[in-house]
Design a protein around this ligand. Sequence first.
Ligand code: SAM
Length: 253
Amino acid sequence: MTVPRKRFGQNFLRDTNVISRILSNIAPAKNQLVIEIGPGQGALTAGLVSSGCDLTLIEIDRNLADSLGTIFPSSRLINEDVLTFDFAELGEGPFRVVGNLPYNISTPLLFKLFADRARFTDMHFMLQSEVVNRMTAKPSTRAYGRLSVMVQLYSEVEKLFEVPPEAFLPKPKVRSAIVRLKIRDHSIEKPARLEEVLKTAFSARRKTVRNALRKLLKENELIELGINPSWRPENLTPEQFMVCASFIEEKTT
Ligand code: SAM
């Protein structure tokens, strides 16, 4: 067994009840195309392989990748950084994605997957619980922000259950949670515009929408879009943010 490497966020799952619960929520099936990101020492991999799914493993750590290749010879093994990996190399899919992710790569990875979402159907991730709470947060709550809006526009998101630090070796400092994301098939035409609106709105959370979005939308335009100018940014639903972004895009092009 190799020594866990902190820089790769290696906290290996040890609790067999938690592992079974994760696998039964994923419910992998024979011949489904599944990608596991960061399989590590194979805690989830063994159950995925025994389902008969068509499995691809993406692991950055050379030593771990070597032993995964020996233990799971029937799976496709890619020894690369998932953040720079081109998923087109694997074909059109549709793929299911699974991973107990290092917390420092979770947000950039999510956005990379969303940008390429036609290839993916659903994703099950172990993430920091606090991040899952932000992903699933409803409007008008403290946890609601840019991440909630983006995640909810791109997917149907559901927090499945929490996992305590004792389930891992070494123990992480924070609580974790399993989240399910089912990719939505509607398109988000201009994600860069949406990101601009969200950044502008949520960097002025305490202001009214009238003031927070002053540079992008006039008061009468907000009213035209069905948005009360006296609301705070956190009162707008993900769909209302998308409507604002489309409106701004149209008037500037
Ligand atoms: N899935 C295993 C488990 O549940 O025990 C390991 C989980 S551990 C939290 C995260 C895994 O992701 C480690 O094996 C680590 O080496 C791998 N990893 C970290 N950064 C990565 C990256 N950028 N690309 C691919 N794998 C990565």
